[in-house]
Design a binder for this molecule. Sequence first.
Ligand code: SF4
Ligand code: SF4
Length: 451
Amino acid sequence: MLDLGRYKNLTAFNAAVFTAGGPDTFIGFQSDTLEVAHLTRDVFESLAKVSLKSVLEPQTLLSTAVRENIQELNEWSQQSTLAPLEKKAKTSFKAKSLNINVTQICNLKCTYCAAGGDGTYGDPVKRIEVEKTLPQLKYFLAKLDEGERFHISFLGGEPLLFPSGVRAICEYVSGQANEKGFVPSYKITTNGTIMNDEIMDLLTTYKPTMVISMDGKPEIIDRFRPQKNNKPTSRAIEKTLETLNERRLEIGPLAVHAVFTAQHTAVRETYEYFRAFNFDWIDFIYSVSDENEEANAQYMNEVAKTAERAWLLGGEQELRKIYLFDNYFDRLDSQERLENHCGLGKSFAVIDSRNQIFNCPWTVGQAENRLGQGQWMDEAKLADYDETVIERNRCQPCWAKYMCGGGCSFVHQTTSKSDTLKKSLQFCERTRFLTALSIYYYAKARVESDL
Ligand code: SF4
Ligand code: SF4
């Protein structure tokens, strides 16, 4: 259990829990400036103890015996090298990142599939009609300014069942980018079981990031991500990875995305298996729908063990191959406060096989989360997203808010059932633990300790 203390906007913890037999190490974090510092035991012990699940913000120190700390802590608490966040004007939707479900059909039947267990989201329309998607893209691209980034993520179903559709979209967007001067990037999230010359040509031409969905060692893959006829898939995925590694210099980045659940929390073992494939980055996430106290604790512990191993293997460089740490290191370096966990209703949308526009990959097909159709956006619906995600999810008292950005609204809604404003406590506990873990390694990498 993480020993955590708070005083106003300062949070501190004892990082001993993050390493096996590690010494007491006290790290402080200022939530508004995102500054990190080493603290003495004396200062740490003057803070009121809070739990990882709590958002209490104590305004006093614990005892008068440590009152001399108060001036130092007050100074740090009030310090701000950053301009205050400005209240933003009402947002009008501007897509900077689109997910396109080029297919809604899949050759696997993963046990936790976001798309209804068969890639279809329950929709009989199996793939996009490119001739309808290009005018829709034109509408979004027209809003981009020169130099602006624009990202397309191809999803499914399995997007590589329709490589010519992916290619047509890349060709169109890259052509528009040359004309208008915006900067496109592409990502394909695939189950990794399909590879052929047509796909390889797509990868060497447009160099999308290839993200392989793969949750662990072969026995885990075969258990949770089988073919429709229940046959194993791990060998086909390994073969694809061999092929991709042979052509590594000609293609874009190669990454892996692993989902953990109550049935599978072996993060460290998964990390060891992944190392053989030399991925550019590794993304570990915990299932958006799972609520299991014990598994949540195991997952946090496993990520801490994995971070320790990565650090021993290659310090910051190796640790930052894990997306979570890379992302948090960037945020702490830039001290840029994150107000929106994702672009929900603001800068991100999902286009389904009927060219309907949804707010999140997990809500495709739900009428209440539909933001538009074709080149029409539902302005009344978009007005619901004026607040930042932090405001929307009532995250103001949370010490990790500017690292987390208010969390995944879908997780909060799914796990708290009817009350959409009630947050998932397990998500919050996990996020705060992983934030503290990242802060600890950031302190190790960046902050000199003269204590
Ligand atoms: S969702 Fe994120 S920002 Fe909001 S309370 Fe939970 S951890 Fe904090
Ligand atoms: S709400 Fe959650 S799942 Fe949906 S887009 Fe945002 S981060 Fe992703």
